[in-house]
Design a protein around this ligand. Sequence first.
Ligand SMILES: *[C@@H]1O[C@H](CO)[C@@H](O)[C@H](O)[C@H]1NC(C)=O
Ligand SMILES: *[C@@H]1O[C@H](CO)[C@@H](O)[C@H](O)[C@H]1NC(C)=O
Ligand SMILES: *[C@@H]1O[C@H](CO)[C@@H](O)[C@H](O)[C@H]1NC(C)=O
Ligand SMILES: *[C@@H]1O[C@H](CO)[C@@H](O)[C@H](O)[C@H]1NC(C)=O
Ligand SMILES: *[C@@H]1O[C@H](CO)[C@@H](O)[C@H](O)[C@H]1NC(C)=O
Ligand SMILES: *[C@@H]1O[C@H](CO)[C@@H](O)[C@H](O)[C@H]1NC(C)=O
Ligand SMILES: *[C@@H]1O[C@H](CO)[C@@H](O)[C@H](O)[C@H]1NC(C)=O
Length: 418
Amino acid sequence: MGRLVTTLLVLCLIYVTTCSLSTRTAAFRAHDLRRGLEQAMRGRLLADATPAGGSAVPIHWSRHLYNVANFTIGTPPQPASAIIDVAGELVWTQCSLCSRCFKQDLPLFVPNASSTFRPEPCGTDACKSIPTSNCSSNMCTYEGTINSKLGGHTLGIVATDTFAIGTATASLGFGCVVASGINTMGGPSGLIGLGRAPSSLVSQMNITKFSYCLTPHDSGKNSRLLLGSSAKLAGGGNSTTTPFVKTSPGDDMSQYYPIQLDGIKAGDAAIALPASGNTVLVQTLAPMSFLVDSAYQALKKAVTKAVGAAPTATPVQPFDLCFPKAGLSNASAPDLVFTFQQGAAALTVPPARYLIDVGEEKGTVCMAILSTSWLNTTALDEHLNILGSLQQENTHFLLDLEKKTLSFEPADCSSLLS
Ligand SMILES: *[C@@H]1O[C@H](CO)[C@@H](O)[C@H](O)[C@H]1NC(C)=O
Ligand SMILES: *[C@@H]1O[C@H](CO)[C@@H](O)[C@H](O)[C@H]1NC(C)=O
Ligand SMILES: *[C@@H]1O[C@H](CO)[C@@H](O)[C@H](O)[C@H]1NC(C)=O
Ligand SMILES: *[C@@H]1O[C@H](CO)[C@@H](O)[C@H](O)[C@H]1NC(C)=O
Ligand SMILES: *[C@@H]1O[C@H](CO)[C@@H](O)[C@H](O)[C@H]1NC(C)=O
Ligand SMILES: *[C@@H]1O[C@H](CO)[C@@H](O)[C@H](O)[C@H]1NC(C)=O
Ligand SMILES: *[C@@H]1O[C@H](CO)[C@@H](O)[C@H](O)[C@H]1NC(C)=O
């Protein structure tokens, strides 16, 4: 579990969403790329990308605590694996044309071994609409700087090919990455975005709802992603629903699933989120949650008080609050209850999902929730909270894109049917 640390260090490199929000000029040109891909894909969607009954996709926790799905690309199919991110905008994977790629478990995707691979040609409107595009060998390429301070940089070819993921097959527009500044993702070859951007898997497959249920990361059991009509909760009075925060089309948040976080209860303490910083982004890339600093500081105080043990003098980086395991009795750490929409919806996060064993020699547990100030992006510091995947374990989340709602209920994710 010591790997949590490295996970966080690569977070910003691959997390277009959070790291680009405040870096308007140096940022990855997500908007432009999105527009280009949208045009590239027009007319290429398969009418029935999701089979009747929807598609079930097994996902597993990687050693860096990402949620990873196996799938295939191309004809004949080549195996690939990518991080599933509910807040991701794009579908991308490293390709064999790569001159500088990070290590991945599976061989690189070989485009010219696939009869269905189609690079976006030069000179098309789709290609020209990407300001950072360039042409080589009549292929449309794009370049993105994720966060100049962190050195993140990717270069890719805009292309389409056949993807088989779970029981679904679809022709998808994707980034065939040929150079990147990412050091490693610990195995996976790319990322599959499930956000509301036109270039996400969900948008390209015309899916109106999907659900996912993450098993505890140390259970060794597969989690589930359910696309289309198979996505449903058991209901029966145990599920709660909260609407997406209203966004305007030009707003960055319209690409994701932001909801309103009113407060967090930690034992006796009730922590209110400031009105200017009460949006929380549901995502599955970052294992930890991030809270605006005032809420984070209040939570830190409440948890420290409830636990009753002295925190370790020097927290294990990048964490901010750690306790020696020996001093932490099971009973003293409180459940955290995240409340949405005036308490109409509440997510209970038991200690096991936020006090994480970080695998230090003597035994240390650390709070897997950080202040957004850690990310060093001013937009985030003040406005946006992030719900981490560790805090979502054993909760079944349903995103309804037509109703624009997030519903969830407690579940044993390893025994979820279909
Ligand atoms: C994904 O593929 C790897 C081999 O590449 C395999 O070990 C693993 O079990 C697969 N996981 C799932 C969830 O299918
Ligand atoms: C794929 O392209 C490379 C050059 O880019 C070439 O060397 C190789 O032979 C090609 N492979 C196939 C299967 O066409
Ligand atoms: C496009 O590629 C050429 C040749 O590789 C290079 O000289 C030029 O600077 C590139 N243009 C942009 C906008 O990146
Ligand atoms: C997407 O789905 C909606 C509703 O099922 C349908 O009306 C629409 O035509 C579909 N669009 C495409 C491009 O398949
Ligand atoms: C709702 O939760 C209760 C208590 O956990 C459980 O006994 C019941 O089976 C759940 N109902 C459904 C429909 O899952
Ligand atoms: C805490 O609970 C675990 C099982 O959940 C148990 O193995 C452990 O002994 C408990 N520790 C204390 C201090 O009660
Ligand atoms: C944030 O800034 C501080 C001080 O300016 C620096 O020490 C730290 O490494 C930065 N963190 C990241 C993730 O860039």
